[in-house]
Design a protein around this ligand. Structure first.
Ligand code: ZN
Ligand code: ZN
Length: 360
C-alpha cells in the first residue's frame, strides 16, 4: 500500500442535490427539520395522555417507531413530551439527526421523507457499499450517494449509467406507460420534488422512478405494450389531454442527479461517519485536461470513460492507500499547485496525506 493526497468534497461541484443547492435558491424552503415543542412537562395526566406509550413493551414500541416514516415521526414529536422522548431516544433517529442532518433536510425539501421508514433509511446509513456494484459485479465500491426513489445507496457510476436509477417527470411517465397520477399516488410510488435548474429555477417538479412505474403499468394493464396502446387510444379520442412536449434539459442524467442526495456512512464499529475521500492526483489529471479518453478508439464514445470514472470514484479513507498503490496518476508526481488554466473550475476540499499508517 502507498501514500497519496486525498480530499473530501462535500458539494461535488454541484452534481448532486445538496442542502447548499437549496440554500442558493431563494424560492425553495430551506428545509428545516421538524421542530418539536419545548421539552417541558405536559399539563395532562400521563396515564390519560399516553396509553400507547405506557402499555406497550419497549421493544414493540421501538419496532413501531422504526417502521414509521420521518414525517410521521416529526409529527409524533410534536404531540407531547412523552412522545417526543420516545422518538428522540430512538438510536437510529438520533444518529441520523446528528450525522446526516443535511440529508434529512434535502429529503424534507424534496418532499419525499414521508415515503420511507426510519429503519430502512438507517440500514442504508450503516451500509457503505454500492448495492448495484455488489449485486452485479461482486465489487465492494464505496457509495457516497442515496438514490431517493428506491432508497438505494449507490456510487456515481451506477447512478449515472444503470437502468435501475432512472427517474422521470411524473407527467411524462404517465404518458409513456398509460398511467394516471392517481394510479401513482394510490400505489404509493415515491415522488421526489426536484428543483428545476433551468430557466424557472424556483419550480419543483415531481419525479418518479421509471422502473417502478413500468412495474405498476404492467400490473394494471397486463403488459407495457398494452399500457401504451390503451393510452394512445385514449389520446386519439381526447387529443387535448396530450401533455405539452417539454425540452429534456440534459437527458436522463439531469433527473438522475436531481433524485440523488449525499448520504454519509456511519461505521458502527468506530462510531464515526465517512462522507468519502477522493484521489487528488486523479482529480488533477481530469480537471487539467491531461486525460485523453476522447482520443482513444476504445473510449472515444464511452459514456463514463476510465479517467472520468477515476474523477468521481469515492473511497473509504482506510481503503484509499490500496488505490494509491495502483494509481497511474499518483505515479506521475503532479505538482497540484501548477494549473494550466487558473480560471477553470476545480473541486474544493482541503488536501491531506493518507498512507497505510493512517489506517484505523
Ligand atoms: Zn456502483
Ligand atoms: Zn488516483
Amino acid at each position: 500500500m502507498a501514500s497519496g493526497t486525498a480530499y473530501r468534497c462535500p458539494e461535488l461541484a454541484g452534481e448532486i442535490s445538496t442542502l447548499e443547492s437549496f440554500r442558493r435558491n431563494p424560492f425553495i424552503p430551506s428545509g428545516n427539520l421538524c421542530k418539536a415543542p419545548p421539552n417541558k412537562k405536559t399539563r395532562s395526566r400521563p396515564w390519560k395522555a399516553n396509553p400507547l406509550f405506557d402499555r406497550l413493551p419497549v421493544e414493540i414500541l421501538q419496532f413501531i417507531l422504526l417502521n414509521l416514516d420521518l414525517t410521521s415521526l416529526g409529527n409524533l414529536r410534536c404531540v407531547n413530551q412523552t412522545a417526543r422522548c420516545a422518538v428522540e431516544c430512538l438510536r437510529a433517529y438520533s444518529l441520523l439527526r446528528t450525522h446526516a442532518s443535511d440529508t434529512l433536510r434535502v429529503m424534507h425539501s424534496t418532499k419525499c421523507s414521508s415515503y420511507f421508514a426510519l429503519g430502512d433509511l438507517f440500514t442504508e446509513f450503516c451500509y457503505p457499499w454500492c448495492r448495484t456494484c455488489l449485486a452485479s459485479e461482486q465489487k465492494y465500491e464505496f457509495a457516497p450517494f442515496l438514490y431517493l426513489p428506491s432508497l438505494t445507496r449507490s456510487c456515481f457510476k451506477c447512478n449515472t449509467l444503470r437502468d435501475e436509477y432512472q427517474p422521470g417527470e411524473v407527467g411524462d411517465i404517465c404518458f409513456r406507460f398509460g398511467l394516471k397520477k392517481r394510479d401513482i399516488n394510490k400505489a404509493g410510488l415515491p415522488l421526489v420534488h426536484a428543483i428545476d435548474r433551468g430557466a424557472r429555477s424556483h419550480c419543483q417538479r415531481p419525479i418518479a422512478d421509471v422502473t417502478q412505474a413500468k412495474a405498476l403499468a404492467t400490473k394494471i394493464h397486463g403488459s407495457i405494450e398494452a399500457a401504451t396502446d390503451i393510452y394512445c387510444q385514449r389520446l386519439n379520442r381526447h387529443p387535448h389531454t396530450r401533455p405539452r412536449p417539454r425540452p429534456d434539459p440534459t437527458s436522463t442524467r439531469y433527473w438522475r442527479l436531481s433524485a440523488t442526495v449525499a448520504l454519509p456512512y456511519f461505521d458502527r464499529a468506530t462510531q464515526k461517519t465517512e462522507t468519502g475521500v477522493y484521489c487528488r492526483a486523479c482529480t488533477y489529471h481530469w480537471e487539467q485536461g491531461f486525460a485523453k479518453d476522447w482520443k482513444r478508439g476504445e473510449t472515444i464514445l464511452h459514456p463514463h470513460p476510465p479517467n472520468r470514472e477515476a474523477y468521481f470514484q469515492a473511497f473509504l479513507e482506510r481503503d484509499i492507500p490500496k488505490h494509491f498503490e495502483v494509481c497511474k496518476n499518483v505515479k506521475k508526481g503532479y505538482d497540484f499547485s501548477r494549473k494550466k488554466d487558473r480560471r477553470s473550475c476545480s473541486r474544493q476540499g482541503e488536501d491531506f496525506i493518507v498512507g497505510p499508517a493512517n489506517q484505523v
